[in-house]
Each structure stands twice: as C-alpha cells, then as structure tokens.
Design a protein around this ligand. Structure first.
Ligand code: NAD
Ligand code: UGA
Length: 345
C-alpha cells in the first residue's frame, strides 16, 4: 500500500461485491475494503493465472481470508448467488479508454459497459439489493468551456466510450427510479492515477518514459488539462458512496485541481531527474481539452474531498513503478532525484 492509503473504518458494510476487481481501481477498492474488515467477493473476467496485469493487481488480495475471487464474465455468469447477503455492489467492471473506442472494439465496450451492466441490474433487482455504486466517467460531460462540470450539466459525450458510459449510468438510474429498485450512485471519476494505473494512461506512460529513457508519445500540444485524481482519494470517495445514506444519482470524483500534460511532464522530469524524449502526434478524436470537476455536491452528499495533490501522488506512483520496473529488469539505470524529494501534501 502507498503512504496515502486511507485509514478507513467501515462499520456499515459487512459484505460487498466488487466487479472489475482485477482492474486498477477495482483491485485497490477491494483491498481497502478488506483491510477495513469488509468481506469482499471480487468478480472479474481476467484470469490471474494467464494475465500478468491481473495477477499484479490481485496479488495483495488473493489468499486474504476476507476476499473471495470469482473469475467470470458478467455477460454470461450467474450473478445472483454472489449478491445474496451483500449490502452493496461496487460495479467497476467495464472496458475503459477513450481512444480505442473508435475502432472495431466498440462491440466490446457496448457489451461490457451496457449489456453486462444490464445483467448486473436485473440480478440486483431480483434479490432486492439496497445499494449499487457504478463507475461512470468524466467523459460523459464532453467538451467544456474550461469551467467546472456540475452534475446537472447536459452531457455531451464525444467518443464512443463516453456514449457507453453515459448509457451505463443512465441505465442504472432508470433501474433506481423503478419501484423497488436499488439506490444507485454513479461516480463520475476524473482521470484516476497512482500505483498500478492502467499502462495505456498518460501518467503511467510519462513516469515510465522518465524512468526508462524510452520516448513518450504526446498526443496534441500537451495543453490538455485534466482534473487528475489520486487512486486513494478515488477509493475513499467510492467507499463513501457505498455508505452515505443520502447518496443518489451522478456524483463527481475529481482531484480538486487541474494540470496540463506539459505540467505533468515537468513534474515527472523533476521527480526522476531526467529529460523525457517526446514524440508529438495529433490529438486523438474525442480527446477533451479540459476536464474540471465541481465538487460541491460531492462534499455535501459524501462528506468527501480529495487529499492528495498531483506532485505528492506522482511521487508515490513513481516509487512503486520504479520498484516494479527494477524487479522486471526493464529500468536501465537509477533515477537520480527520486529519493531526494520530500512528500508535500
Ligand atoms: P481496468 O481496465 O483496469 O479495470 C476494469 C476491469 O473490468 C478489468 O479487470 C476487466 O477485466 C473487467 N471487466 C471488463 N468487462 C468485464 C466483464 N464483461 N465481466 C467481468 N469483468 C469485466 O479499468 P479501471 O481504470 O480500473 O476503470 C474501472 C472503471 O472505472 C471502468 O468502468 C472505467 O470505465 C471507469 N473509469 C475509470 C477511470 C480512470 O481514470 N481509470 C476514469 C473514469 C471512469
Ligand atoms: C481517462 C480514462 O482512460 C478513461 O477510462 C476515463 O473514463 C477518463 O479518464 C475519465 O476521466 O472519465 P483520459 O482523460 O483520456 O481518460 O486519460 P489518459 O488516458 O490518461 O489521457 C490523458 C491525456 O493524455 C489525453 O489528452 C491523452 O490524449 C493524452 N495522452 C495519453 C498522451 O498524450 N499520450 C499517451 O501516451 C496517453
């Protein structure tokens, strides 16, 4: 666990289901819940025996008495048996990523993000599960004028991925409005980073480039801004959404400040003490220029706010990645500045 790991006491959640538990956010959420004494059933279609990324994500969980893992595809598996006696489901399984959603994989996005979610909701309704927390996305907002996005803003998804995430959250909210439906919280996560971030994502790639000396592919001019959210903050907000009695509907989960990609590159350079070779290319279709979360409703309803600033979060992320690269023999030399930097909160 990183030094930012939340110290959570979770009296209300005895037993929960986490889907996508072999993924980045799901595995970290499952681990935080287990550490707090909640019994967790994790469901994911990736198999730790054959998928090294899933194996790394699941390593802290497998073997823990409070954690039970089910390798299964939500498109076809029996879901209800896992839900019986659960207080809540955290439905994080899905196919993420804006850029590949334009290609032939769209069917996979649709299947996992919409059809699998429909199966989850049917199962929740049949057994009368009280609370569903679903992973939505800041991408549902689409292009902004640079100002903060509020949950009541009209969504304008600008990529096939974002369309499926909007369909997913709206499907969940439709089930919530149905008589006897579960109460649903749709968390609109804003670009989450930290140790074990998906390797297709920007901060992982910047730190990887800084640590290995390999080039970084920068899409566009680097002036895109993101409300980067540290993983432990995202996990704490997710757990709060499973507990807070008044939590309903869409809720933003953002890091509390935006930074441009060029600023992220500068932080990585200073943390590692090395220049980063840039290969610049065009901005991808559907790439949003600025994401920024309005956190008013989040703090009112969840009693949550982010704690980890970008420099501090990237420092933790970099330290874990450096260890992983060292263990795999991928890192050619030692970073020169990493150990001299102090954490600032
Ligand atoms: P991830 O790819 O690391 O994890 C998703 C997991 O879901 C994977 O392990 C995958 O195997 C599993 N999965 C997909 N389809 C499945 C199916 N049909 N049955 C069973 N398991 C299935 O992604 P992540 O970054 O951890 O994102 C988790 C969720 O949060 C996703 O729904 C994503 O859309 C959403 N989200 C992520 C971010 C972010 O910055 N990482 C931001 C906004 C929203
Ligand atoms: C991320 C996740 O990948 C989505 O699954 C999620 O839904 C979304 O956040 C969200 O907030 O809702 P994105 O913001 O595109 O999407 O995050 P990154 O993949 O980390 O990309 C951030 C920026 O870096 C983008 O402008 C992208 O074009 C750029 N980038 C990414 C590069 O310049 N080079 C790369 O190698 C990767």
């Amino acid at each position: 666990m990183s030094q930012h790991a939340p110290n959570l006491r979770i009296p209300v959640l005895r037993r929960v289901v986490v889907t996508g538990s072999a993924g980045f956010i799901g595995s970290r959420l499952a681990h935080a819940l287990v550490q707090a004494g909640t019994a967790v059933i994790g469901v994911d279609r990736r198999d730790a025996a054959t998928d090294p990324l899933a194996a790394a994500n699941l390593a802290p969980l497998l073997g823990q008495p409070e954690y039970e893992h089910v390798t299964a595809d939500l498109l076809s598996c029996a879901i209800e048996p896992h839900l019986s006696d659960a207080d809540a489901i955290f439905h994080l399984a899905g196919v993420p990523g804006v850029r590949p959603s334009w290609g032939p994989r769209f069917g996979d996005y649709l299947a996992s993000n919409v059809l699998a979610t429909h199966r989850v909701l049917e199962a929740c309704s049949r057994i009368g599960l009280a609370r569903v927390v679903v992973a939505s996305s800041s991408s549902v907002y689409g292009p902004t004028d640079g100002g903060a996005s509020v949950e009541t803003d009209s969504p304008q998804p600008a990529s096939p991925y974002a369309v499926t995430k909007l369909a997913e959250e709206q499907l969940c909210l439709a089930y919530a409005r149905r008589l006897g439906g579960p109460s649903v919280v749709a968390l609109r996560y804003f670009t989450v980073y930290g140790p074990r971030q998906r390797p297709d994502m920007f901060i992982h790639r910047v730190l990887h480039a800084a640590l290995t000396g390999k080039p970084l592919h920068l899409y566009g001019d680097g002036l895109q801004r993101r409300d980067f959210t540290y993983i432990d903050d995202a996990v704490a907000a997710t757990i709060a959404a499973g507990i807070a009695p008044a939590a309903r509907g869409p809720i933003n989960v953002g890091g509390g400040a935006t930074a441009s990609l060029l600023e992220v590159i500068d932080i990585a350079k200073s943390l590692v003490g090395r220049e980063i070779r840039l290969h610049q290319g065009p901005a991808p279709n559907g790439d949003i220029v600025t994401t920024r979360a309005d956190l008013t409703r989040t703090s009112e309803v969840l009693g949550w706010r982010p704690h980890v600033d970008l420099h501090s979060g990237m420092h933790s992320h970099m330290e874990v990645l450096a260890c992983q690269l060292g263990a795999s023999g991928e890192r050619p030399d030692e970073p020169s500045l990493a150990s001299t930097h102090r954490l600032s909160r």
